[in-house]
Write a protein that binds this ligand. Sequence first.
Ligand code: ADP
Length: 152
Amino acid sequence: FAGKNTKSLLAEKVRSIKVSEIKAVPVVIKEETSVYDAIVTLFLEDVGTLFVVQEDGSLCGVVSRKDLLKIAIGNADIRQIPVSVIMTRMPNLVTVTMEESAFDAARKIVEHQVDALPVVKLKEAEGKVKYEVVGKVTKTTITKLFVELGRV
Ligand code: ADP
């Protein structure tokens, strides 16, 4: 153990694991998708957060359970309203890349008080920087990792 305490070993471990090793499959919808269809997708796919992409597949927003609940309890016609009206948009999205660590991802989830982060890959199109969604890291992902690390 060469003088290393349990705490620093744990820190080293969670910082050495990359997002690419723990990421889950993201559920993605188009920005024209209605709030109604987004709610149906949430149930069918059994997720809590949906990632919203533009026609070219680049990330433009995130919709959470509560974003959908909030609009659904009002008297809005949720079959007519697109998710783009209620989503949290770029550049306000908190994201991670494949190369960042599990620790970085967990810290972002805690600090920004969100349930899920899109894993993104930078791509350039027509001189603009865009993000392709290649995965997600959620509270469930981190809990699963915690369980794996806790096994003897
Ligand atoms: P819920 O609102 O269902 O509890 P969250 O805590 O994840 O779920 O979402 C809280 C708010 O933060 C919502 O308005 C949502 O759109 C937004 N949000 C969720 N994920 C992200 C993210 N990765 N980056 C920025 N905002 C986010």
